[in-house]
Design a protein around this ligand. Sequence first.
Ligand code: TA6
Length: 321
Amino acid sequence: MKPAAASKRSVVRGQVKENEMTQDDSKFLRELPGVELTEQHGLPAVRVTSKTAAGLVYLQGAHVALWQPAGQEPVIWMSENAVYAPGKALRGGVPICFPWFGAHPEHQEFPAHGFARTSAFQYRGARLGAAKRIQLEFALESDEQTRAWFPHAFTATLRVAFGRSLGLEFTVSNLDSEPFSFEEALHSYFAVADVTRTQLSGLEGARYVDKVREQGVFTEGPRTLTFVAETDRIYDSAGKCTIDDHAGQRTIGIEKENSAATVVWNPWRERASQMPDMGAAGWQGMLCVESANVGKTRVTLSPGQSHRLLVEVSVAPRKAG
Ligand code: TA6
């Protein structure tokens, strides 16, 4: 990684494959057909309704809570028992974990998974992108409150593109005069018809830390993953993953850029029963596959540098077999 003196637009960790969200220089508009500022469950949100998809993003946490391409069941899972209240993390959707993942390393009393997911983002507007995807932009800027937890000047921006595919682009910029490090994850909950009949491919042969087995380090075997018990793993993996949802007869493809770790999580029956916002049967209908930079893959930014994490999600009918 190049040290300091980089321009504000420089991006760390090698070449970013540009997508239409990063290439597009057009402005985000306050008003666009199919985009509505609204309130849902008492929280401010932006709703997208187009021929290709429906979407919903809460301003709290820039939390994507719905992506439903036309003719499909929702692809992003949201708990029926989620608690919607200011400052309370929502169960489901795509929580943004930033600037740390899990518990804070020194201050256990700080919010789990960082403060981004419970902070109010600004809505900056919408625009129509390539393939008729409606793009939204949300931003969080450091202030007195964030400095109490993370003493650095930064901006964090989420761009979301709703269409037949879902695009997510999370950018962190260092506006400080000192370098800083952070962890990040787009903690995506995907909807599956039955997790016990779901396979995940793309992690074969990858090393992982298993939180369920005392943080032990293991190497994944040559087969696709199946799910039979609580799963909570951080894989060294920058590649594509595919969820094969047998019961739902569809596959969900998750491609990413600038993410060196993939977190896979399902709490399973017992742990889920201790999580009131998960709902009794909720765990069976979800699988978290999270695009992350955590632990040893945390990101360090020099003053003026930015880091961009890109995720593209697609859905397709399952091929027999
Ligand atoms: O990403 C997996 C994980 O870190 C798990 O350890 C699990 O606790 C989960 O996130 C949910 O965390 P939350 O703070 O949302 O309850």
